[in-house]
Design a protein around this ligand. Structure first.
Ligand SMILES: NC(=O)c1ccc[n+]([C@@H]2O[C@H](COP(=O)([O-])OP(=O)(O)OC[C@H]3O[C@@H](n4cnc5c(N)ncnc54)[C@H](O)[C@@H]3O)[C@@H](O)[C@H]2O)c1
Length: 334
């Protein structure tokens, strides 16, 4: 007799994507539908939008539900991707209490749902659980260096607590869990005005405005193109049950913020000059994933180089800038 999990894979899977109207979530919904799954997208539109789901709303296997995951949800699904949470400092610091609630209450609600319907559940965790790391690159064994009382703590500590909850539900209730630690991801549908470094630089460059670099720009980041990140999330979700993570997902190619600014200027043909601003508190000095585990367990490794990914992303921002209506680009945070 086939196992219930295998049996569920023979028919279209019913998949819940929380935060599905956001940047990464909308790409994930698209890919799941293309694969033949039924997708229920749940979002409170805090940072997401219906526009991100353009083209999916009429799909017969797609359903959109406006709902805040800090409140319980009762639906029948086979898998849950828990992506709901504002991801940029500008957005998660705007209402920090709600940010923590989304990670903690939201995870409790989604884990409770997974337990009730015996669904497999994946948490979109983050490299921010490593804080301002003392080791480089960061592997999953590193426990992190996080300020528990700073302005970033609502996000960093919320996500850390969510990981704890996932593993306790796994140990205590035998739930099938997957925890992905996502590193900086970029691509079309990023918010143009949320202060994240890639979108910010592109918008500033397209407008020939000064490009704002914090500190001396020597701080480093590693950037993963969204399609490859989504592929990693799906591989992790569908990997055998014993592969729980936490698993780093990101592109290990490392660039300084100054190098990124120069690349964006070159690729957009911009006349922008670079201006420096003081470094914000708790800004990590360096970030690069060690993806040995993902490579070994999922056979996953990003192939899209930064130049190529930027070339794919820039036309999206060009359309936004041409259409107008964007708030003036502010200073960038990674
Ligand atoms: N983009 C990155 O580089 C990155 C890096 C690390 C981790 N992540 C994680 O991946 C996930 C998606 O990130 P993103 O970049 O797509 O961000 P995003 O802000 O574009 O998407 C988050 C989505 O969650 C929704 N949301 C927020 N609070 C909610 C709530 N209480 N109930 C229901 N929906 C809610 C928002 O409206 C939005 O659609 C987040 O959990 C984020 O922490 C992203």
């Amino acid at each position: 007799m086939s196992s219930p999990i295998r049996a569920s894979r023979c028919r279209a899977r019913r998949i819940l994507v929380t935060g599905g109207a956001g940047f990464i979530g909308s790409h994930l919904c698209e890919r799941l539908l293309a694969r033949g799954d039924e997708v229920l997208c749940v979002d409170n539109f805090y940072t997401g939008s219906r526009e991100n789901l353009h083209g999916l709303l009429d799909h017969p296997d797609f359903e959109l539900l406006r709902h805040d995951i800090t409140f319980p949800l009762y639906v029948e699904v086979d898998q849950i991707y828990n992506l709901a949470c504002p991801a940029s400092p500008v957005h998660y610091q705007f209402d920090p209490v709600q940010t923590t609630k989304t990670s903690v209450h939201g995870s409790i609600n989604m884990l409770g749902l997974a337990k009730r319907v015996r669904a497999r559940i994946l948490q979109a965790s983050t490299s921010e659980v490593y804080g301002d790391p003392e080791i480089h690159p960061q592997s999953e064994h590193y426990w992190g260096h996080v300020n528990p009382v700073g302005r970033r703590s609502c996000y960093d500590e919320g996500k850390r607590c969510a990981e704890t909850l996932f593993f306790d539900y796994h140990r205590q209730h035998g739930l099938e869990i997957k925890v992905a630690r996502i590193f900086n991801t970029y691509g079309p549908r990023m918010h143009p005005d949320d202060g994240r470094v890639v979108s910010n630089f592109i918008v500033q460059a397209l407008r020939d405005e000064p490009i704002t670099v914090y500190g001396d720009g020597a701080q480093s980041r590693a950037f993963c193109y969204v399609d490859e990140l989504v592929d990693g999330l799906m591989r992790l979700m569908d990997a055998e049950a014993s592969i729980t993570g936490p698993l780093n997902l990101g592109n290990p190619a490392e660039f300084t913020i100054m190098e990124l600014a120069q690349k964006v200027i070159a690729l957009t043909g911009s006349r922008s000059r670079i201006v420096r601003r003081p470094l914000p508190p708790d800004d990590p000095r360096q970030r690069r994933p060690d993806i040995t585990l993902a490579r070994t367990l999922l056979d996953w490794q990003p192939q899209i180089a930064l130049d190529e990914g930027l070339r794919r992303a820039i036309p999206y921002f060009e359309r936004l800038v041409t259409r107008g209506g964007l708030a003036p680009a502010g200073a960038a945070a990674a």
